[in-house]
Write a protein that binds this ligand. Structure first.
Ligand SMILES: O=C(O)CCC(=O)C(=O)O
Ligand SMILES: [Fe+2]
Length: 325
């Protein structure tokens, strides 16, 4: 089992509790890079509303879902059908496409200022593409996005304490973040998967923290242990699973571990009727934040990199094909 960390003492504001929870996070991020959080303070109604809305969307006929596809292939907004992405290609392995469909969205509105509206800003702040149905999709998605913004800023402050740096070190690199979210739907499998084909192939995430809410059903998440074995990660709908992405691994000079994970297929006997939904918030800093390794002078393992350029490159690698526009 991955560690379970109760955030409530830290979110209560007690300095000693914040440091202690930060140190727990440091310990697990050095070892496996995954942990479950409870006591996170996100209202269950916010989580339930988005889960129910997402299920209603994925249950629509394919033609209708395809109407929420972005007209420019590869744009990280809107509906992406089965067969378009293989996550493991971000890590340079050739595998068949993932057995999932998903809906990609980001921030719903932003100030009328150059950071957001300049040519560069418009590469990261793209209008969302809400389908006509179900009603209330945008509202449920935006409420969830805002709850995650709040949670991740707090988590990064507690994380900073665990890293032994100033609690507010990350604040001004996250205050205009380019985080995108994905609603992942792993449908029932009428046909057996191709050899090597999974719901989501083994991959690492790209950003800082990924905050995942998933259903606890067959055909779920697994993380690789240091010994190379795959460990089941329970995703309970009331909790979140948090993991470290590549950019945070780099930022911490490899102190924290961005670990391989995957989503496996349900067992054959259940495959024809087993579906799973997960909701992922991929925290990513301001596009103009310069990510310089947090390391003593002379010990940085990587040169500085801009947050936005780093993500562009990762997105480019994971697409299997350009869907017809
Ligand atoms: O659905 C899950 O449990 C994990 C999905 C995932 O790892 C991802 O979308 O990056
Ligand atoms: Fe992932």
């Amino acid at each position: 089992m991955i560690p379970v960390i109760d955030l409530s003492p830290a979110l209560g504001g007690d300095a000693a509790a914040r440091l202690r929870v930060g140190q727990e996070i440091d310990r697990t991020c050095r070892e496996i890079g995954f942990f479950t959080i409870t006591g996170h303070g996100v209202p269950p109604a916010v989580m339930d509303a988005l889960r129910d809305t997402a299920k209603a969307f994925f249950a629509l006929p394919l033609e209708e879902k395809l109407r929420a596809r972005h007209p420019v292939p590869g744009t990280p907004r809107g509906y992406i059908a089965l067969g378009v992405e293989a996550l493991s290609r971000g890590n340079a392995w050739a595998t068949p496409p993932d057995l999932k469909e998903y809906y990609h969205y980001g921030r719903e509105s932003w100030p009328d200022e150059p950071y957001w509206t300049s040519a560069e800003g418009r590469r990261y702040f793209l209008p969302n593409l809400w389908p006509e149905r179900p009603a209330g999709f945008a509202a449920a998605a935006d409420a969830y996005y805002r709850a995650m913004e709040h949670l991740t800023v707090e988590l990064m402050r507690i994380a900073a304490l665990g890293l032994g740096i100033d609690e507010h070190f990350f604040d001004n690199k996250l205050d205009r973040h380019i985080t995108a979210m994905r609603l992942n739907h792993y449908p029932e499998q009428a046909e057996p998967p191709a050899p090597g084909q999974l719901r989501a192939g083994a991959h690492t995430d790209y950003g800082l923290l990924t905050i995942l809410n998933g259903e606890d059903v067959p055909g779920g998440l697994q993380v690789q242990t240091r010994g190379g074995a795959w460990l089941d990660v329970a995703t309970h709908p009331a909790d979140f699973v948090v993991n470290i992405g590549d950019l945070l691994m780099r930022w911490t000079n490899d102190r924290w571990f961005s670990n391989l994970h995957r989503v496996v297929n349900p067992p054959d006997s259940l495959a024809a009727r087993s579906r799973r939904l997960s909701i992922a918030y991929f925290q990513h800093p301001n596009y103009d934040a310069l990510i310089e390794c947090i390391a003593p002078p002379g010990e940085a393992k990587y040169p500085p990199v801009l947050s936005g350029a780093y993500r562009d490159e990762k997105y480019r690698q994971t697409r299997v094909k350009e869907p017809a526009a």
